[in-house]
Design a protein around this ligand. Structure first.
Ligand SMILES: *Cc1c(COP(=O)(O)O)cnc(C)c1O
Length: 334
C-alpha cells in the first residue's frame, strides 16, 4: 500500500488533470472589509461555487474517476449524509455509475430527499451511522462495490489538494491559508500541494471547541473519538476513524497551528459572510472568518486565504442567529 510520503505535488497535478471534466475552478475574491480590519490582504476561496456547493466534489471526482471499468460497473457506496454523500451521488450520476448511500433511520427526511434528488439510491438501515457503515461493508463484500471514504483516502486527499494548485495560480504571493478541519482530507490535500511548492506557506486548521476528534488525536498521537455536540458547524463533526491511515499523520506534519472555535465566533463568521460579503456559507465554512473577527490569530500572513468550504445550510438558521445572537455580537460584526 502506498504511504503518503510517496504522494506529492505530482499526484495533485494528476488529480487536477483527471477531474477537470467534472469540476470547474472556483473563484478567489478579495475581502476588502476583512483586509481593512486586519491590515492584511484577506481573500476568500469560494468552494461554495461548485455544482454541489462544497469542495467535496473534488475528492469524490478524483477517486471515482480513478476506478477501473470493472470497479465502475459494480458501483460505489458511502455512508455520509452530508456534503460527501452529495458529492459521491453527483459524480456517480454524471459518469453513469450506480451509487448507494447508506443512512440510518435517524437521518432527517430532507437530507434523504437531497441525496435522492442528486441521483443516489438511498438505503435506510439501522439506527446509527455505524450500522450504516457496516451495511456499506456488506455491499462491498457481496457486490464488489467500492466504498468512497470521505477523507482517509489518498485519491480523495489529492482531489481536495487541487484547491492548493488553484491558489498558487491565482495568488502566487500567498503566505497563509486558513482551513476548516474535521477528518483532515481537505487540510492534508492543501498541505501537500502548498508545502510542496513552498515550506514557508503557513497552514492553520480550525475545528470546533469541545468536539474536535482531530485535536484529541494529535495530542495522543493515535486516533481517539470525542463526543459530538450540537453546533452550527455540523460538517466539522465526526470521528477521524479508529483505523486512520493517512490524515492524522499528514495533518500532524503539514499543519502549523490549530484553533478551536466556540459557537458565538462561528455565528459571527456566518453573519459577516452573509451581510458584509454577501456569501451564504454554512457554519463549517465560516470558521476562518469567525476566528479572525474574534481576534484568534496572533500571526496572520500578508496574503491570507480563507477556504469557504460549503453552503449546505438551511436558510432559516439566519433568522435564529439574528434574533438570538445578534445583540451579543452586533458590536463585533463589521
Ligand atoms: C467535509 C467538510 C469540511 C472538513 O473537511 P475534512 O476533509 O473532513 O477535514 C469542512 N467544511 C465543509 C463544508 C465540509 O463539508
Amino acid at each position: 500500500m502506498a504511504t503518503w510520503k510517496e504522494w506529492d505535488m505530482h499526484n495533485i497535478w494528476e488529480a487536477k488533470h483527471r477531474l477537470s471534466t467534472i469540476v470547474n475552478k472556483t473563484p478567489l475574491i478579495k475581502s476588502h472589509k476583512l483586509s481593512a480590519y486586519t491590515g492584511r490582504n484577506i481573500y476568500l476561496k469560494l468552494e461554495t461555487a461548485t455544482d454541489i456547493g462544497s469542495f467535496k466534489i473534488r475528492g469524490a471526482a478524483n477517486k471515482i474517476l480513478s476506478l477501473s471499468q470493472l470497479e465502475r460497473s459494480r458501483g460505489v457506496t458511502t455512508f455520509s449524509t452530508g456534503n460527501h454523500g452529495l458529492a459521491v451521488a453527483y459524480v456517480a450520476q454524471k459518469l453513469g455509475i450506480k451509487a448507494v448511500v447508506c443512512i440510518s433511520h435517524n437521518v432527517p427526511k430532507n437530507k434523504r430527499q437531497a441525496l435522492e434528488n442528486m441521483g443516489a439510491e438511498v438505503k435506510i438501515v439501522g439506527d446509527s451511522q455505524e450500522e450504516a457503515g457496516e451495511f456499506c461493508e456488506n455491499l462491498k463484500e457481496t457486490y464488489g462495490m467500492t466504498i468512497i471514504h470521505p477523507f482517509d483516502d489518498l485519491y480523495v486527499i489529492a482531489g481536495q489538494g487541487t484547491i492548493g494548485l488553484e491558489l498558487l495560480e491565482d495568488l502566487p504571493e500567498l503566505d497563509h491559508v486558513i482551513v476548516p478541519l474535521s477528518g483532515g482530507g481537505l487540510l492534508s490535500g492543501i498541505g501537500i500541494g502548498l508545502k510542496g511548492a513552498s515550506e514557508h506557506i503557513r497552514i492553520s486548521g480550525i475545528s470546533i471547541e469541545g468536539a474536535s476528534a482531530m485535536e484529541k488525536s494529535l495530542q495522543r498521537g493515535v486516533p481517539v473519538d470525542t463526543p459530538e455536540k450540537a453546533t452550527l458547524a455540523d460538517s466539522l463533526l465526526g470521528s477521524i476513524g479508529r483505523e486512520n491511515q493517512y490524515t492524522l499523520s499528514i495533518v500532524s506534519e503539514v499543519m502549523d497551528d490549530m484553533t478551536l472555535l466556540d459557537e458565538e465566533a462561528i455565528a459571527k463568521g456566518m453573519l459577516h459572510l452573509l451581510k458584509e460579503e454577501r456569501q451564504i456559507a454554512e457554519g463549517a465554512a465560516a470558521v476562518g472568518v469567525g476566528a479572525i473577527l474574534s481576534g484568534r490569530f496572533s500571526h496572520l500572513g500578508q496574503n491570507v486565504v480563507l477556504i469557504i468550504t460549503g453552503n449546505n445550510v438551511d436558510p432559516t438558521i439566519y433568522e435564529t442567529l439574528s434574533l438570538t445572537e445578534l445583540d451579543r455580537i452586533k458590536g463585533a460584526c463589521l
